[in-house]
Design a protein around this ligand. Structure first.
Ligand SMILES: *Cc1c(COP(=O)(O)O)cnc(C)c1O
Length: 376
């Protein structure tokens, strides 16, 4: 059994995919081909924003957003403690300080109360200046933007939505990657929409930010390619990845997002009350980047993972360590955080195999193995 079956997906899309990739090889327009422009148009229209700028990966997408806002040394950026490293790494890379807040135990997303407390603590210390909040749509579920936007407005902070896992989710029909002043996503192969290598995108309704990011992503270019007016990056999505993503986005819109939601609901129905299953609040839609159980304690979680492995069922721990406890932050302001919920989640979560091509029989096997262990 595969954790996320990219081979099954390729088999389903093979004829369109092979033709799309071959076309780029024949045209040899490997960088900035027509498919890149087409993909940006399709992504912007799907998400419902004015501008989409594709780039090399989801980490660069975050970096480009922070660069556009001139986030730098002396600035504080608030980041959930329970996320993938890049959400905080990019802040530190710009010389600013990631300050970690706790998450909600049921949704795994940034806890607005903890955010407010953390902002107040930074203001009290008076050493660094609050500038922005990076929200993460963890495991495919959008963060609590109603509450977080209120706090951002109150303190005059920008919101950067890290939608690397969130693409395809929604709140009352409004799509993920439209909630930030700038939003980003990743097309890493295992994300809700993945390419055949690395890729990323930035979304915004801000015309000036979009123009600046287009320049920053291509060596700070000015009016033409060899006119460089600022220091930037080389961060482009190549044409083959764009062609792959056009095929994948079509499948995602046509049936994959529905299939994965059906499969997630099937897990939740099958598990019943036997174990703590993921929560999707009223009005929210998830793109199910992960289906994550919460176990009683670390020994039950680790025991369950070993039990599944014996039965040939892959599972993953996202994430085993709070951000603030990562060695890269040791000895910095970022290492200080009071995040009991994150600490608990790191020792009790387990993500199960889930993708649009999983069969009910495979899910039955997973549920049987999980409940067999829990009830033993
Ligand atoms: C995957 C991921 C990223 C980074 O994306 P890459 O394309 O791998 O650089 C950033 N943030 C979160 C939450 C992610 O899951």
């Amino acid at each position: 059994m595969q954790f996320r079956d990219l081979k099954a997906q390729y088999r389903a899309l093979q004829s369109d995919m092979d033709a799309a990739i071959l076309r780029i090889c024949e045209n040899a327009d490997f960088i900035s081909g027509e498919q890149v422009r087409q993909l940006e148009e399709d992504l912007a229209s799907y998400v419902g924003v004015q501008h989409c700028i594709t780039c090399a990966n989801g980490t660069d997408a975050l970096t480009l957003a922070l660069m556009a806002w001139d986030i730098k040394e002396g600035d504080a950026v608030f980041v959930p403690d329970f996320t993938f490293f890049a959400s905080g790494e990019t802040v530190a890379y710009e010389g600013a300080t990631p300050v970690f807040c706790d998450v909600c135990p049921d949704t795994f997303n940034m806890d607005p109360q903890s955010l407010r407390k953390t902002i107040e603590a930074v203001l009290d210390e008076g050493k660094i200046r609050p500038r922005a909040i990076i929200t993460v749509d963890l495991f495919g579920l959008p963060a609590d933007y109603r509450e977080i936007q209120k706090i951002a407005d109150e303190y005059g902070l920008k919101v950067l939505e890290d939608g690397a896992q969130g693409f395809g989710g929604n709140i009352n029909g409004r799509k993920a990657c439209s909630f930030g002043d700038i939003s980003t996503t990743s097309f890493f192969p295992a994300k809700p929409v993945g390419c055949y290598g690395d890729g990323g995108a930035i979304f915004t309704n801000d015309d000036d930010a979009a123009a600046l990011i287009r320049s920053l992503a291509v060596h700070g270019k000015g009016s033409f390619k060899y006119d460089n007016i600022r220091i930037g990056l080389n961060s482009r999505l190549d044409t083959i990845q764009a062609a792959v993503l056009l095929v994948k986005l079509r499948a995602f819109k046509n049936y994959e997002l529905t299939s994965i939601n059906d499969a997630a609901m099937r897990y939740t129905d099958m598990f019943g009350d036997s174990v703590t299953t993921p929560v999707v609040p009223e009005g929210y839609g998830s793109s199910w980047a992960q289906y994550t159980l919460r176990l009683k304690n670390q020994s039950q979680r680790d025991g369950l993972q070993a039990h599944l492995k014996e039965r040939g069922i892959p599972s993953m721990i996202y994430y085993p360590k709070p951000m603030h406890a990562q060695g890269a932050f040791s000895g910095t302001r970022s290492a200080q955080a009071e995040t009991p919920v994150t600490e608990k989640l790191c020792s009790t979560v387990l993500s199960l195999p889930l993708h649009p091509y999983i069969t009910p029989e495979e899910q039955q096997q997973v549920v049987f193995a999980v409940t067999e262990y829990i009830n033993k």
